[in-house]
Write a protein that binds this ligand. Sequence first.
Ligand code: NAD
Ligand code: WQD
Length: 339
Amino acid sequence: MATILVTGAAGYIGTHTCIELFAAGHQVVALDNFSNSKPEAMRRVARIAGREPLFHRGDIRDRVALDTLFATHAIDAVIHFAGLKSVGESLSEPLRYYDNNISGSLTLLECMGRAGVRRLVFSSSANVYGDPHTVPVTESFPLGPTNPYGRSKYMMELMLRDLAAAEPAWRIGLLRYFNPVGAHESGLIGEDPHGTPNNLLPYISKVAIGKLEQLNIFGGDYPTADGTGVRDYIHVVDLAAAHVKTLQALEREAGVQTLNVGTGTGYSVLEMVAAFSRISGCAIPFRIVGRRAGDIACSYADPSLAHAVLGWRAQHDLDAMCRDSWRWQQGNPDGYPDD
Ligand code: NAD
Ligand code: WQD
């Protein structure tokens, strides 16, 4: 059993990871500033786990708060989710993104170093590959993010590698997530975007429940089997489990482990619409519109390195992703309630 600090714990991936950490017998110290989440999410985590995370409301850019947190708890490792994640927003507010994702992460690293905590799992993104041109994507593909969000992840990867090279006591997992979807099977926690969703699955489920009229499919002329974009959708519970496995791997492996976290299978937008419609029993009206700026045709992972290093593989198929997203959507049509 270890004590794990989870930053961004109240968010979509953070909540699901807290559950998996508890299930693996770990203690969870949770930190979030609720800039993109609500306190109710942490209460739901406690309800599902039957255990209370030690929650601190605070910001990763707050050095004093972090020093106090590390002085209060005997933290063994950090899983660092806190950050901003909208590609579109990052294009219009780049400095807010660099401040949160870079300055925030640097402050966290400094405080970790001061406290002698040198194990970290960092949320990177498939976005660092930019347009991969061929698939499946392996970790050795060239990196070339095309927006400030992706560049913030890329820069953090570079800094973390420099840090581990300078101070070999650091053990770091850089997990490049593909497209997380789905929700916990209890239906109590899930993705709760503010306003109109940017991402495909949250948008589809809002159309299915009748809160949005129809899906706009961004591009029907991509060089893919049906002309719509192809992505590697991964169930958030599988993604959460990969974090627990990464902590175990950092016990064995020194240095930096850079791993794709995906299923290895790509689905098109039309395939996602058909699957969600079949599982929910709801019609998903759609129309095909122009491409969204910055989108790529096709991206899916080669997840074999994660399997070799972590002994991890995604377990949930597309039906489970749709079923669990739909259960969360039906039970929480307006997301988490405000306090
Ligand atoms: P999320 O927005 O649901 O969760 C992030 C959490 O961090 C939120 O609860 C937010 O309130 C908190 N937070 C943000 N800035 C903070 C700060 N300065 N101090 C303290 N807390 C702060 O996002 P998510 O989907 O759970 O993503 C988690 C991480 O994974 C992010 O770093 C994101 O960039 C990365 N990621 C997400 C996806 C995705 O599609 N969801 C894909 C690849 C990578
Ligand atoms: C998926 C497919 C769209 C919405 C983004 C980030 C990535 C990662 C995950 C953080 C694409 C199409 C979507 C809609 C549509 N996040 N689509 N209509 O763009 O692969 O990845 O989220 O790290 O970094 O870039 O995910 O869910 O937005 O889109 O047709 O209303 O669905 O064109 O083909 P994306 P997405």
